[in-house]
Design a protein around this ligand. Sequence first.
Ligand code: COA
Length: 171
Amino acid sequence: MKEILQTDRLLMRTWTLVDVKALFEICRDPEIMLHIGTGKPYQSVDEAINFLNWTVAYQAENGFCRWAIVEKASQRIIGSCGFARLENSGEIELGYLLARQAWGKGFATEAAAACLKYGFKELGFSSVVALTDPEHIASQRVVEKLGFIWRGIENYGGESNSVYVAVNPEE
Ligand SMILES: CC(C)(COP(=O)(O)OP(=O)(O)OC[C@H]1O[C@@H](n2cnc3c(N)ncnc32)[C@H](O)[C@@H]1OP(=O)(O)O)[C@@H](O)C(=O)NCCC(=O)NCCS
């Protein structure tokens, strides 16, 4: 496992297969998965294993992925945050999700802000996009607080998304 970065309250690191139960417990919650991927919660541990295997391979190939978020105080995994390339355009997408008990404490903003900084400084991204469901106000607030600018409504995989973009301030 590799530590990626730390914030005041959080640590972000790569996943290992030992994390499978923690990930499954988060992703089996329908409300959490409503705006993620297919919109459906994980039905089986196999889906969590598939995701973990994907992150390991993706990290090895690209130097980034959707990392695990650990709350320092409890040492528990409370979600995931990080990057992946959009399939059609190759743009770098920032994504995040948190366990329900961790909502409303500013954790998503704290994790996403640190990832974005890491993406610009350490990974050299020129720009990063964020895709949100048009009605998903909480997620839009997170990217707005990070300084993302609204780009418009765009279609990805047959779904309308409210798309935001952040540009590397050093470029
Ligand atoms: C969306 C999500 C990441 C937010 O996490 P969080 O840690 O609660 O977010 P933060 O506390 O950092 O910030 C949320 C902001 O949205 C606001 N907010 C939350 N729910 C809201 C609502 N229904 N209407 C308007 N604003 C809302 C909060 O007040 C806060 O803004 P503020 O700081 O200006 O008050 C979390 O709910 C989650 O993981 N949801 C499931 C997965 C998901 O949808 N991921 C995003 C996919 S695009």
